[in-house]
Write a protein that binds this ligand. Structure first.
Ligand code: OVM
Length: 403
């Protein structure tokens, strides 16, 4: 008996170099094939590429669990790549308890308190970029802006010291690669797994974290009996895993989007209040986190099609964000769109807990640019950093024309 009889089968590898470089033709094939498809190169793997089903799976944490891992590896069958994240890779009730603490530490109220420092840093960095662009005729949007900004402000807020922060970049690249298959990309990114993991775990300890920072606040929550004290280092690890590579590439992708749409940048320049919606549209148009998985806990269905217990479901967030069933002119980058319901920060109980900080970073960087920069020109060919999960740029040559 074949339970998957009505599920279209596609011989597509989402992790091929071609599909990682340009995922959009693959997304369209997957969306058009059906509400849920089977990807034959990975055996029993199912995938949702339309908005409705991706959203439905993400909002049913009882049937579609995270505790078997949110990458391709099924933790019921294979050991996790590292000790499981105590927020990303767990289900209620443990998830609920840990999430409450992280959610308070990263709340919109807290974000109001860090806003001035984050703004000052964005303005100073954009000033330096502008000087460099005038002096050298171009900057690298990644090396000079998208990377240094989050790498300064977020670890500062967590309370980490200044030394060794490059480990955060290597670690992030590795973690997001580890959610795909064991391909060449993962092998390359794990070349220094031992020393990098060691650095990360040392810097999750309380004595490494400035009193009052986000990291120290995890330990304060443990002191108060809100979480298991043994869980504190791994909860700090979630800040270090999810808080840097994501926003670097969110900002990088926003710069790319604006540089390639001068009319949209002109609108932002004319009206700085578009900074926040522009960042949001960039998240929809070039989703930083392209994919996450869930695992079926019991036999169930998606869009009426049968899903067997313990099946991995690949949720194509970036494809949902360009689904024509959901969005008018989905391929158009339109900073006035207000794309509410986009999936770039997830949805449901696992929706990005750091989203207020992520949006703050995007907003203040784009505002600082809008104030000082009349035009952003593409100054050369960009290159991509391929990653099994992230849409990431390696280089982005830009020319910033001052007002
Ligand atoms: C974590 C974690 C790691 C990567 C991503 C993420 C986007 C969370 O360790 O908790 O969420």
């Amino acid at each position: 008996m074949n339970d998957n009889l009505n599920i279209p089968e596609l011989d597509i590898d989402p992790y091929s170099e071609e599909n990682l470089l340009d995922p959009y033709p693959m997304h369209e094939r997957m969306r058009e094939a059906g509400p849920v498809v089977r990807l034959t190169p990975y055996g029993d793997l199912l995938a949702c590429a339309r908005h409705a089903e991706t959203h439905a799976v993400f909002n049913d944490h009882v049937r579609f669990i995270s505790s078997a891992g949110v990458g391709l590896t099924n933790f019921n069958l294979e050991a996790p790549f590292r000790p499981k994240s105590l927020i990303l890779e767990v289900d209620p009730p443990l998830h609920t308890q840990n999430r409450a603490v992280l959610s308070r530490i990263l709340s919109p109220k807290v974000v109001m308190q860090i806003r001035a420092a984050f703004t000052a840093e964005a303005e100073a960095l954009v000033d330096r970029c502008l000087e460099k662009s005038v002096a050298h005729d171009q900057i690298d949007g990644i090396e000079d802006l998208a990377q240094p900004y989050p790498l300064k402000v977020f670890p500062d807020a967590v309370g980490l010291g200044d030394d060794g922060r490059e480990n955060l970049l290597i670690y992030g690249d590795m973690i997001f690669n580890s959610m795909g298959p064991r391909n060449e990309l993962l092998a390359k990114s794990t070349a220094r797994v031992g020393e990098v993991t060691q650095w990360i775990m040392v810097h999750c300890q309380r004595d490494q974290l400035r009193p009052g920072g986000f990291g120290d606040q995890i330990y304060q929550a443990a002191d108060a009996g809100e979480i298991d004290p043994q869980h504190a280092p791994l909860l700090v690890r979630s800040f270090l895993s999810a808080g840097v590579d994501t926003t670097i590439n969110g900002i990088g992708n926003a710069l790319y989007s604006l540089a390639h749409h001068p009319d949209q940048y002109a609108m932002l320049h004319a009206d700085h209040s578009l900074a926040r919606p522009a960042f949001e549209e960039a998240l929809r148009w070039e989703s930083t986190v392209q994919t996450f998985f869930r695992t079926a806990a019991g036999d169930c269905e998606i869009a009426g099609l049968p899903v067997r217990d313990n099946t991995k479901v690949l949720c194509m967030l970036a494809s949902a964000n360009r689904d024509p069933r959901k969005w008018a002119e989905p391929t158009r980058f339109d900073i006035q769109r207000r794309p509410s319901g986009h999936m770039a920060l997830g949805s449901g109980i696992h929706g990005c807990v750091g989203q207020a900080v992520a949006r703050l970073e995007g907003e203040v960087v784009l505002t600082a640019l809008a104030k000082r920069v009349k035009r952003i020109e593409v100054a050369g060919v960009h290159t991509r950093r391929l990653n099994n999960t992230l849409r990431a740029l390696d280089t982005l040559p830009l020319r910033l024309i001052p007002v």
